[in-house]
Design a protein around this ligand. Structure first.
Ligand SMILES: Cc1ncc(COP(=O)(O)O)c(C=O)c1O
Length: 418
């Protein structure tokens, strides 16, 4: 028998399957209320329109749409995306360019693969997007975590951490942030914090990665979602976004905007990964923008998700254990909950929640510093409103039982609030 395990590289060792992922896999297709994933509601997919577009781009433009295409993306599509970004208020400087990605997840890998050497420092929010940590981890960096409060990354602490790292002589490669409708925390960075973050990046000569899948889904009035990219005068921001939530994740189309020198290097990396992103979905996405399908999908999704967010907040207010705290998301797909005891471990509780018919993602894996075991992430885009209420009720009962007799902490106070 071949000992396949023995043949795996050290790098692959870093990608060990997580227990949580394995557990959640077991729930697929079962009668479980899943508050775990981050899937769009499939009722939002514009199926008829996409079918019509796909038929046309294959039959009428098949010579191109079924052919190999440039590594940076189909030229017409890139131009269309740049215009679209302009309309959404994302500034692209003259010395910058846009490259198409096979999902923005690929951007995370390409950035790290192209820029990160072993033992470089990457600064992330506490918590941050788990799959970003995993993508970066392969290239063996150190992570420094900066906590968040309801206004986003604590930039005062960021500066202290940067000073400490500089004093230690460490090489800080970039700061990774999800400023709007954060995954998993649901928090949106205030304008003041964004400005402070850019000032700090300038003062210490650092680069920022702005991961922005969710700014299209803002449910409240008057929220400032000006991208860091637009506020930046020095070319310090690499911006990424995706069609996954505004059209369909199955198309696997994302994009990245950065200085031309970086885009050129990213292109070289991408060439070895997949030559180019699949041509056909690029044509489909391009037509979907041109025909207004993307904007209409965003409108529909925004209404559906706003209702679901409200349903989750009402259920949390009604059922969730006293002392638990969650930032109210103005957009996005997630709510993160902090339970009021450090003696509770949501990872250990997950099998029992699944037994009772509800799945969630334990928060600890989102924390680069090993904390967060008393937190969990809930998704509200995929489940129905009824499932949201039922799921939150079941989880709250479980947490209430588990918290009985445990030492409590004051979570809002931890965040500097009364
Ligand atoms: C913050 C963040 N970045 C990147 C991604 C990856 O998205 P995709 O690869 O589908 O574009 C996601 C998906 O949920 C996300 O939440």
């Amino acid at each position: 028998m071949v000992k396949y395990e023995r043949l795996l590289s050290d790098r692959t060792e870093l990608l060990r399957a997580s227990e949580v992922r394995e557990l959640l896999k077991l729930t697929e297709g079962k009668k479980i209320i899943s508050l775990a994933g981050g899937l769009p509601d499939p009722r939002v997919f514009p199926k008829e329109e996409l079918a019509e577009i796909a038929r046309e781009v294959i039959l009428e433009r098949g010579d191109k749409s079924l052919q190999y295409s440039p590594t940076a993306g189909v030229t017409e599509f890139r131009e269309e995306l740049k215009k679209y970004m302009g309309k959404k208020g994302v500034k692209i400087r003259d010395d910058e360019d846009l490259m198409v990605l096979t999902g923005s997840q690929q951007g995370l890998d390409i950035i790290a693969r192209t820029m990160v050497d072993p033992e470089d420092e990457i600064i992330v929010e506490l918590p941050t997007y788990l799959a970003a940590l995993n993508a970066f981890r392969v290239y063996r960096p150190y992570f420094t975590g900066v906590p968040m409060d309801e206004h986003g990354m604590r930039t005062d602490i960021l500066e202290e951490e940067i000073k400490r790292l500089k004093w230690l002589g460490r090489e800080i490669k970039f700061i990774y942030t999800i400023p709007v409708a954060h995954n998993p925390a649901g928090i949106t960075m205030s304008r003041d914090r964004k400005k402070h973050l850019l000032e700090i990046a300038s003062k210490y000569d650092l680069l920022i990665i702005e991961d922005d899948p969710y700014s299209f889904f803002i449910y409240d009035e008057g929220v400032d979602i000006t991208p860091l990219k637009t506020l930046d005068d020095e070319g310090r921001v690499i911006y990424m976004s995706t069609f996954s939530k505004i059209l369909a994740p199955g198309l696997r189309i994302g994009w990245i905007i950065a200085n031309k020198t970086l885009i050129d290097a990213f292109e070289r990396s991408k060439q070895t990964i997949d030559l180019h992103t699949a041509t056909l979905p690029q044509y489909i996405a391009m037509e979907a923008i041109r025909r207004g399908v993307v904007d209409r999908t965003i409108e529909v999704a925004r209404k559906v998700y706003r209702r679901k967010r409200d349903a989750m907040i009402s259920a949390l207010r009604e059922y969730m254990v006293e002392g638990a705290w969650w930032p109210r998301p103005v957009g996005g797909l997630f709510i993160m909950i902090w339970l009021p005891s450090m003696e509770i471990d949501t990872k250990k509780l997950l099998p029992r929640a699944i037994e009772r018919g509800v799945a969630y993602v334990p928060g600890a894996s989102f924390f680069a510093n090993g904390m967060g075991w008393n937190t969990l992430r809930l998704n509200f885009s995929f489940p129905t409103e009824e499932q949201i209420e039922e799921g939150v009720r079941i989880l709250s009962d479980l947490f209430r039982e588990e918290l009985r007799g445990r030492e409590r902490i004051n979570v809002p106070l931890m965040f500097g609030m009364k």
